[in-house]
Ligand binder design. Structure first.
Ligand code: SF4
Ligand code: SF4
Length: 124
């Protein structure tokens, strides 16, 4: 909030304590489910996971590629999105993940990163 008008507007908004209707809740769930389908892995690219990765893997980049693969439509194009990771040195690819779980311990989304790395290593 950057001025008094915005403060007043927010107070007005939150002064109404009526709960959402069943229809409104159903709509929110529908939108939420659609978003989850669209983004296969809800990684926000915050990079909290990166500092403690003993393999120094670019985890958010991998997960972005994984999402592109999952949501890319055409099969050939989708596969290419993961195949391009083969251009990385072997020790920097998803297959270099040792499954230590340090990344998951730092992830605010609680993502099972090692499982995605394992899946990507097979798909590539
Ligand atoms: S589980 Fe894999 S990606 Fe996660 S910190 Fe360990 S080596 Fe890095
Ligand atoms: S900590 Fe989690 S959400 Fe953040 S970049 Fe890493 S995997 Fe993505």
């Amino acid at each position: 909030m950057s001025d008094l008008a915005q403060v007043k507007d927010n107070i007005r908004t939150f002064s109404d304590d009526s709960v959402l209707s069943e229809d409104e809740l159903a709509l929110i769930k529908e939108v939420s489910d659609s978003l989850h389908r669209l983004y296969a892995v809800p990684c926000t690219a915050c990079r909290y996971c990166c500092a403690d990765c003993p393999q120094e893997l670019d985890i958010p980049f991998f997960l972005a590629s994984y999402n592109e693969y999952k949501t890319g439509g055409e099969k050939d194009l989708s596969s290419w999105r993961l195949a391009r990771l083969n251009a990385l040195p072997e020790e920097k690819r998803p297959s270099a993940c040792i499954g230590c779980g340090h990344c998951t311990a730092h992830c605010p989304q609680g993502l099972d990163v090692p499982a995605y790395m394992k899946e990507m290593a097979v798909l590539m």
